[in-house]
Design a protein around this ligand. Sequence first.
Ligand SMILES: Cc1ncc(COP(=O)(O)O)c(C=O)c1O
Length: 381
Amino acid sequence: MSDLSIPPLAELRKRRSAKWRTFPDDVLPLPVAEMDFPLAHPVAEALREAVDRSDTGYAAPTGDLADAVSGYARRAWDWTIDPGQVRTVADVGIGMVEILRRVVGPGDRVVVSPPVYEPFAWWIGEVGAQVVEAPLAGGPGAWRLDLDALERAFAGHAAAYLLCNPHNPVGLVHRREDLVALAELADRYGVHVLSDEIHAPLVLPGATFVPFLSVSAEARRWGFSFLSASKGWNLAGLKAAAVVTADPAPKRYVDRLSPHSLYRTGHLGVIATVAAFTEGGPWLAGVVAALDRNRTLLGELLAQSLPGARYGRPEAGFLAWIDFRALGWGDDPAARILTAARVALNSGHRYGPTGAGFARLNFGCAPETLTEAITRIAASR
Ligand SMILES: Cc1ncc(COP(=O)(O)O)c(C=O)c1O
């Protein structure tokens, strides 16, 4: 079996993770953001060796993760990160919430650009702040940050902006000029920018990831980057991520994180993350090629069997944002599809009001599974 052959569904169903245990066995589960590829060999080896050593204690106070993250950023994106400005946290969600807690107060306004990853709104709620929406401009295949909407939101006394870079669920890789303009707005209005860069390793051919902190001095003054191997190498359950800064001003907030945050990070997560960022490049290249083929296959399948559904090829990741509005399936096509086709997708309206009539599909699976999903959906019409 090659490193990337996806096991048959019967094998995948033996996994104990959320993707495989949320739905009954007659449902094809394509919502939860886990991929079906087998683990990268160097990651699996590192974990196996740790288990063989009974090495399952606390994460150690070393610079291993910081060095691995900065080495990867230099090789993959030509971005120089100071390992001294990398802080280990348990996951991106915890990192974002803990930084938000330090940069905003109760009732403060925090801006997001829907349709966007649903937990952004939960995280803002968790710190007692309020969500302000500056929706993306454009539509399938042509999404962009709406800089005018962002300026209006920032001018209305926003305290922070949650940037999704690349942007889940539409798969947009933000353009350098938009990030430069965003950083200028942040500087003009004094808005902290928390850039969630978890999908960055999965940028697909044709697009180039631009780290927010790399674009300008203004971006560095106001920005925090959140990086993790959890999407790229499918390690979400192991709990390790990094908060990165590149200027003393945001670093001061990171320095106020609990000294205990390292011990709340998964030791196996750190081990796997270091292996992924240092030795997982060839595996990732294979995954990116497979996702590239799957995004093309999905476009072909939709055009053949569900021509009313609109889909803009994502530039990154394994998530497709599909517009079902022309099919007359109402505001929540995912609910109809689950009942009628036994295929689970994410409901678009959960990503903000502009997501009504859309659904999100995870194509980090075998081409056969993708074909079966679209065939079932088409047959259920
Ligand atoms: C944009 C984005 N941020 C964060 C997460 C969750 O990351 P973590 O498990 O590290 O909190 C996801 C998971 O799908 C995601 O898509």
